[in-house]
Design a protein around this ligand. Sequence first.
Ligand code: GMT
Length: 379
Amino acid sequence: MLKKVQKVGIVCYPTYGGSGVVATELGMSLAKLGFEIHFISYRRPARLGIFQSNVFYHEVPSFEYPLFEFKPFDTALASKIVEVCLSENIQILHVHYAIPHATIAFLVREILKTKNIYLPIITTLHGTDITLVGVDPSFYPVVEFSINQSDGVTAVSEALAAQTYLTFDIKNKIKVIPNFIDFDRFYRKREEGLRRSFAKDEEKILIHISNFRKVKRIDDILKVFAIVKSKIPSKLLLVGDGPERVALTIMAKELNIERDVIFTGKQDSVEDLLAVSDCFLLTSDHESFGLAALEAMACEVPVVSTNAGGLREVNEDGFSGFTCNVGDIQALSDAVLKIILDQETLNQFKKNAKVQAQKFDIKIVLKEYIDYYNEIYNI
Ligand code: GMT
């Protein structure tokens, strides 16, 4: 008789990054189905609303002591997880982003073993934990060891799973469970008023949403926009914030497009901005999945992206948009123009974008996580 998982501990980064968003949405959706979900993080995750039944949040305390130049966060996190697992009888620990969470989870499992408890661990790999940070020699051996120690490992795309096998000597099987979208939140609302606050009726709106890191190559988006704007009146919404923002504002001036580029800063209701947009741009040189592109497609916004990593699995070339080689400004600009120049074509791409997004409906993907929890719990 299979035992069913009911109480899940979820560890994630609380920031605006995609891994925290996926972890939060997953936990909240499981809670709606009756699972008891305990989030453990150093700050309340960005998308965790004020109160929801079956959702609990446990904060890792910050510890100050003059001896420490770096706070021993990992130790505090491990101690908090042990405390929560013991007091709440957690049955499975699901950690998002390998560094340092998979390592901490291993330590927690060892501590609990001394109390005759076996806590199965699932690690979900999100991308930069493998492609950027994980490969750094300062982390490599620990990341490899920790992934191999997890009872279950998932990756958010086939491309990321393949990359992980290439990068590390992985002994366990990586299960691919793609990221997902909740259509109750992400759909195309009619927002004519908001649209007019950004653009005139004859103008098209291009949009990009991210944390403005180098990996996103937003400078390519500005170059593409300069070409597109010379062919069709348009505006570019750059939503988010991060280390590249200042350089981008300077570049927009140099390209003489600054009056048509709108930096909105970080936004919580990105679906409202997507609902007024005609084309989403994602020009990253690495992207394990591209959750922002999926959110755009769910709001009927076609996507022009690079073909890096998992983007090809998310954005179907020629259907929901186009995928182009990294840094190919001409191809990216041509792709945008192919979609937006003619209204009938644009309408078709908008419909297709939604059809493509439906493959990642949370109702389908959630079941995959639940089945995997039960499989790992019963090993
Ligand atoms: O890329 C980011 O901006 C954040 C990063 C993260 O770790 O939070 O996102 C990664 O995880 C997302 C959720 O699974 C994926 O959709 C992103 O593609 C992935 N980012 C990269 O691979 C660069």
